[in-house]
Design a protein around this ligand. Structure first.
Ligand code: SF4
Ligand code: SF4
Length: 241
């Protein structure tokens, strides 16, 4: 340290101040900000202090109960709740999924596995060239963000309101295509079967197919006479655009 620095008046004063006892610095009895000093109570406050903690309990006793009796009573979710996924169908029973894998690419949790395959005249599962041969969602990974349904170009994938997703094993929480596929509605015809005569995938996408045609029903009757959906299929007039 240089001679000039040693004799700086500011530093010298600070050193002297710190060397003084606290009493002489005038700090004895001062309330420091970090000290906890609860406000002093009056006699009634002192008397009620032991039961003051029950104030919230007593004030809540006469309010209406908000406890939900789940699972005995289910409370409806909000309409746009993100629950279990569903793979949808067109009105004639063909699957909307075209196996494009966009949902799997959009998923931030890597919860979806899709393997697409080509449709053929003997095995047409969806309108157009491709369908989803393998479709899995791993519900141990899914965070129900909904990015997958936003990415789907055909609205094949949507999310319902079902939140009761449990399973006894880890494998049981991986839902396969048959678990996710929407059930056949009355009047639909189980795929595979040809597309509606004269329709293309745009016709389907625009919602102009309103049910199976007589030609589709005939095709299934000829190729799968034992198919149960033949009993309930309701051919529609003018289903093609
Ligand atoms: S909801 Fe989100 S996390 Fe779940 S499968 Fe879809 S994109 Fe993945
Ligand atoms: S669900 Fe939609 S995004 Fe996913 S593979 Fe099928 S068509 Fe593509």
């Amino acid at each position: 340290m240089s001679k000039r620095q040693d004799h700086e008046p500011g530093k010298e004063n600070l050193r002297k101040q710190l060397a003084k006892p606290a009493k002489r610095r005038g700090e004895v009895g001062k309330r420091l900000p970090m000290d906890y000093q609860p406000d002093k109570k009056g006699p009634i406050g002192e008397l009620l202090a032991p039961v003051a903690g029950f104030g919230v309990t007593f004030s809540s006793m006469f309010r209406p109960t908000v406890t939900e009796q789940y699972p005995f009573e289910k409370v409806p979710t909000q309409p746009r709740y993100h629950g279990r996924h569903q793979l949808n169908r067109y009105a004639d029973g063909l699957e909307k999924c075209i196996g494009c894998e966009l949902c799997a690419w959009a998923c931030p949790a890597d919860a979806i596995l899709v393997e697409g395959a080509n449709n053929s005249p003997d095995a047409q599962y969806s309108p157009g060239e491709r369908y989803g041969r393998v479709y899995q969602i791993n519900y141990l990974r899914c965070i129900f963000c909904g990015y997958c349904i936003e990415a789907c170009p055909t609205r094949a994938l949507t999310m319902g309101n079902d939140y009761e997703l449990t399973g006894p094993t880890r494998e049981g929480m991986i839902y396969e295509k048959q678990d996710l596929l929407a059930p056949l509605m009355p009047g639909m015809l189980a795929p595979p079967h040809p597309m509606v005569e004269g329709a293309d995938d745009d016709t389907y996408y625009r919602g102009e197919v309103t049910g199976p045609t007589e030609g589709q029903v005939e095709w299934v009757r000829k190729n799968r006479p034992e198919d149960e959906s033949l009993q309930t299929a309701r051919p529609v007039e003018g289903a093609s655009a």
